[in-house]
Design a protein around this ligand. Structure first.
Ligand SMILES: Nc1nc2c(ncn2[C@@H]2O[C@H](COP(=O)(O)OP(=O)(O)OP(=O)(O)O)[C@@H](O)[C@H]2O)c(=O)[nH]1
Ligand SMILES: [Mg+2]
Length: 520
């Protein structure tokens, strides 16, 4: 799934610090002479229009395209598409092939840095699940290592670090270390790699990689590219610091008047602006689709929850959509997708499958995906799915609720949220402690009728729909209008009157239009 190289690199030069086994070949290359080329060519993707040849556009020396009006915009849709594809081209984050990972979990036992509401063993289980999500990766050793200094450069005290180093270096089967911290500063990563002789990864890189592998639509892929920028920024800084030691970081390059660092930072700013612009284009298209959907008045049910809790499985069960493929994987779903389903009253609703939450999800990842989650704000109902078989189910719930609060959703939407406790088949004799929740097994189809009835009730209330029986004349187009604009539940024809009594579920606005069109 992944090509080699970028595993331990923050650019080609990182390798100076990482000597030992299994070094990627490209990491041993000398630094390229031209920083623009370094980013655009070697790292693949920064400064995306630089270095392109052929075609109608000629890049300026600074890599930007000029237009008569001074605007720097793609000229047509095909070019936009091409630009987007180029933004998405990048080096792999993790090495390819089989990896035998040593999972190191720094445990803070006391003080303000001690994580609340969780236990080391649960955090280790989640970290293990993240590693095992990667193709060909397995955990061969797990160490929970106490630390009083998690914020210091090397995370552990000297003696502990020495013991850890001895154990890792004494285990030749270990090919990588997953250090279960949110983000590793580049110098820390380099020092640990130099000490341990294997690549070291943090949660950010692993989660980002999983996101990359699972992002299907262009929007999701661009969001991942946006989330990657902090990683590229810290690499640039560290590359420059390294260069400073051996070649002089503030050297001005190619007569441009910019220092090496400035060139690279500019390329990153350009890249960020281009990604934002491409995302905005895609989002405005989506907004248009949303408006069309609203015009047709399909109520929307957003299905949210912690990753792997069973959201996709539940939607599949509720809609019977055979094309949906749930997977036992963290972050299997990265795109918001809509699936039509019918409620018992025959009303069609759209279930929106959403990206799952993860506690301690790196901030920039959450931020870059928050626009996707903004869609939740436009739904008529939120269904919060929980995996009650998970040991950390309460913590997961708290983490989802706090993320939802952070989205600034309307109060009415938060208050009407339906909680679904899933995977009850894995907890024999399970009964929910709370009165208002529904216990289901999406996989076995248990409890779904009750859930549908609850969704129906909430949707009718939230969308101002009601059930009415309307007398229509058969000679007039009222019945076909109702079929199109409302949900017809029953038609009782009265032949002698040339009329019918029609039972419909109809929104307030549609009923208003009906009365105007067919007065009397
Ligand atoms: N035993 C059991 N397994 C379930 C149930 N619901 C889902 N699963 C399993 O849980 C795993 C994850 O299911 P998904 O539906 O992909 O979960 P998700 O919440 O969409 O996950 P992400 O998209 O990765 O956030 C799959 O292996 C499902 O078969 C259930 O009710 N019982
Ligand atoms: Mg899913």
């Amino acid at each position: 799934m992944w090509a080699l190289r970028a595993a331990v690199r923050g650019g080609a030069w990182l390798s100076h610090a990482v000597r030992g086994r299994r070094l990627p070949r490209a990491a041993l290359l000398p630094p390229p002479p031209n920083p623009e080329r370094t980013l655009a060519g070697v790292r693949g993707g920064l400064g995306c229009s630089e270095g392109r040849e052929g075609g109608r556009r000629v890049p300026r020396a600074d890599g930007r395209r000029s237009r008569a009006d001074g605007e720097e915009e793609p000229e047509d849709a095909a070019e936009e598409e091409e630009d987007e594809e180029e933004l998405l081209r990048r080096d792999p984050l993790l090495p390819a092939g089989t990896q035998h990972v040593c999972l190191v979990h720094p445990e803070v036992k006391w003080g303000p840095a001690k994580p609340q509401g969780t236990r080391a063993e649960w955090q280790v289980a989640e970290a293990r699940a993240l590693v095992c999500t990667l193709d060909g990766w397995s955990v061969v050793d797990t160490m929970v290592v106490p630390t009083k200094t998690p914020h210091k450069k090397l995370i552990f005290g000297r003696g502990t670090l020495e013991q850890l180093t001895e154990r890792i270096r004494g285990s030749p089967e270990i090919t990588a270390v997953f250090l279960n911290v949110e983000r590793l500063a580049t110098p820390t990563k380099k020092d640990l790699e130099a000490a341990w002789h294997v690549p070291v990864f943090d949660r950010f890189t692993v989660v980002l990689h999983i996101f990359r592998c699972n992002a299907r639509t262009k929007e999701a892929r661009l969001q991942v590219a946006l989330a990657e920028l902090p990683l590229l920024r810290s690499r640039v800084k560290s590359d420059v610091a390294h260069l400073g030691g051996c070649r002089g970081s503030s050297r001005y390059t190619m007569g441009s008047g910019e220092s090496f660092l400035q060139v690279q930072q500019r390329l990153l700013r350009d890249r960020e602006a281009k990604i934002q612009k491409a995302l905005e284009r895609l989002r405005s298209k989506r907004r248009l689709l949303g408006q069309q959907r609203r015009r047709r008045e399909f109520p929307v049910v957003s299905v949210v929850g912690y990753t792997n809790c069973g959201k996709t499985t539940l939607i599949k069960a509720l809609t019977g959509d055979a094309a949906i493929q749930p997977r036992d994987q963290l972050f299997a779903t990265l795109d918001v997708t809509a699936h039509a389903g019918r409620l018992p009253c025959a009303l069609t609703v759209l279930y929106m499958d959403t990206i799952g939450f993860l506690s301690q999800l790196p901030h920039s990842l959450v931020e870059s995906f928050s626009a996707t989650l903004q869609d939740v704000a436009h739904s008529d109902l939120i269904v919060h799915v929980r995996d009650v078989s998970h040991p950390e189910t309460e913590l997961q719930k708290a983490s989802v609720l706090s993320a939802l609060r952070g989205l600034g959703l309307p109060n009415a939407l938060l208050e009407s949220m339906v909680e679904v406790q899933n995977k009850v088949d894995l907890v024999p004799g399970y009964t929910p402690a709370e009165p208002d929740v529904l216990a289901v097994s999406a996989l076995l189809g248990l409890g779904l009728d009750e859930l549908m009835a609850r969704v129906e009730d909430a949707i009718l209330r939230a969308t101002g729909r009601r059930t009415l029986t309307l007398r229509v004349r058969l000679a007039r187009p009222q019945l076909s209008w109702l079929h199109q604009e409302a949900t017809v539940q029953a038609v009782d024809v009265i032949p002698e009157a040339g009329a019918a009594d029609v039972k419909v579920i109809i929104s307030d606005s549609a009923y208003g239009r009906f009365q105007k069109l067919f007065p009397g």
